[in-house]
Design a protein around this ligand. Structure first.
Ligand SMILES: Cc1ncc(COP(=O)(O)O)c(C=O)c1O
Ligand SMILES: N[C@@H](CCCC[NH3+])C(=O)O
Length: 463
């Protein structure tokens, strides 16, 4: 299962837990629909995405290449919009998962709002023409410049995360004669069942203001009294890549109870409740993600029940899915460079990217599914590890997998479900230029982000 395979904390490739190798799949070339985008298919043996063959994509754009299935992205956005919009809730796509101008346009066209969490993400959204009123702005340390940009652009919601930020925002709003709409990010003390690095609602971490210590209540009181800030609601996000509803339910109950308490004790009715993102996706066939519909019904019934019990109107709910929309729409194509058999152990297959385009395996012990993309082969399965070209032994993309035994340099391999938190967390480690992103749809492809060049890398170097 691809919840996170390894405990938190630094680890070295040599001490990766040596599990028994999983049994090889019956069909090494299968494209499991739980993991691959809807358009993925084999055409004469070759992987095609959005109707475009892997070899043609690699020839046109080079490798490594992020291929984004536009129809899959839009379908997922629409599924959220239908599930939550149908019950009067707002859906903010979390741009941190993947944000480009094209992506922002798709999000807007599908009727979603957009969550940004830095000045850079805000710039991309505004450059794409995204209506500022439909933006939500996050961040545990928004700079003065970022807050000014958000205020001047007219960002619809700012989610405040600290008392320092409240002071800063109040001053900046007062100076400009503005009154921004604000939500308070509340930490509910929920221990989400996910990797420690991506759980965000337990008390001992940097995000939000804790319910348990009274900090959240102090922030609410402070904001209610502010003439320059319009407190409209609360925000809670428990973490990411979550499969069970229990954590969402407890968090929803706790924030709804808090809303009710604010209503009775402070006489203020807050009208919005944002329950964040975090829904997991299938990275490997055994994963069983929740559907947007199931989670929507659950959350709304909990919030409605708590609010009715507290005698207050049900607030407008919002959610912020990122991974669940972008993740399964992306596939990374790599070119195999070397195939090295470490006798008696496994075969190391090195490709032309690695931890600079997918840090998630090294960072969280994330699991991925990978297939030979350029052809099919009748060769016996070979226990492999898909690794990158970085100067780092932990530069692993897929830890344990079976590939055909005749895999050779020049073959293309494809890694599924890389649409979220791969390009957006990419780096230039070892001065590797970041890959292009090509969008595919109905048999055609186009560049939505071009490949970096070495000139791009040198442009910032003043010598
Ligand atoms: C505040 C907030 N909202 C939304 C998200 C999106 O999460 P996910 O991509 O897991 O849906 C995150 C990331 O974890 C987040 O921190
Ligand atoms: N970047 C993480 C998730 C954290 C999301 C932001 N709070 C991942 O790849 O799973």
């Amino acid at each position: 299962m691809s919840r996170y395979a390894h405990p938190a904390g630094p680890r070295h490739a040599d001490v990766l837990p040596e599990e028994h190798p999983p049994a090889p799949p019956e069909d090494l070339h299968e494209l499991d629909p739980r993991v691959w985008p809807g358009s993925a298919q084999r055409v004469d043996g070759e992987l095609a995405l959005g109707g475009v063959g892997a070899a043609a994509l690699a020839a046109e754009y080079g490798t490594p290449l992020f291929v984004l299935d536009e129809a899959e992205f839009r379908r997922r956005a629409r599924d959220y919009k239908e599930a939550f919009g149908g019950i009067g809730a707002d859906v903010y796509y979390a741009g941190k998962a993947l944000l480009t101008k094209a992506v922002a346009k798709w999000v807007h066209e599908e009727g979603l709002k957009l969550d940004v969490c830095s000045g850079g993400e805000l710039s991309v959204a505004l450059a794409a023409g995204f209506p500022a009123a439909d933006l939500g702005m996050h961040g545990n340390n928004k700079s003065e410049a970022e807050l000014v940009r958000a205020l001047e652009a007219g960002v619809g919601r700012i989610v405040v995360d600290s008392f320092d930020e409240i002071d800063r925002l109040e001053r900046l709003a007062a100076e400009r004669g503005l009154k921004p709409s604000v939500l308070v990010r509340v930490t509910t003390g929920v221990e989400a069942h996910t990797h420690e690095f991506v759980a965000t609602a337990h008390d001992d971490q940097k995000f939000g203001l804790a319910l348990s210590t009274g900090a959240a209540e102090r922030a609410v009181r402070r904001l209610i009294d502010s003439p320059h800030i319009d407190l409209v609601g609360l925000h809670s996000h428990i973490g990411s890549q979550i499969f069970d509803t229990a954590g969402f339910e407890v968090a929803a109950r706790r924030v709804a109870e808090f809303l009710a308490r604010i209503h009775t004790e402070l006489g203020v009715t807050l009208s919005e409740l944002d329950l964040g993102g975090g829904l997991g996706i299938a990275y490997v066939p055994g994963d069983a993600p929740l559907t947007p519909k199931a989670i929507a019904e659950n959350l709304v019934s909990i919030v409605s029940r708590e609010c009715r019990a507290g005698g207050l109107p049900v607030p407008r709910i919002a959610v912020e899915p990122g991974r669940a929309i972008a993740g399964p729409a992306g596939v990374t194509l790599y070119r195999v460079g070397t195939v090295k058999d470490v006798e008696g152990i496994r075969t190391y297959v090195s490709v032309d990217g690695g931890m600079s385009d997918n840090i998630r395996t090294a960072l969280y012990g994330a699991e991925y599914t990978c297939v030979l993309a350029s052809r099919v082969s009748g060769a016996e399965p070979m226990l492999s590890r898909l690794v990158g070209k970085h100067c780092e032994s932990g530069d692993i993309i897929v830890n344990d997998l079976y590939l055909p035994g005749d895999l050779r340099p020049g073959d293309l391999v494809a890694v599924a479900a890389t649409g979220a938190y791969c390009y957006s967390m990419a780096s230039n480690y070892n001065h590797l230029p970041r890959p292009a992103i090509a969008a595919v749809r109905d048999g055609a492809s186009r560049t939505i982000v071009r490949r970096e060049t070495e000139e791009d890398l040198l442009r910032l170097d003043e010598g």
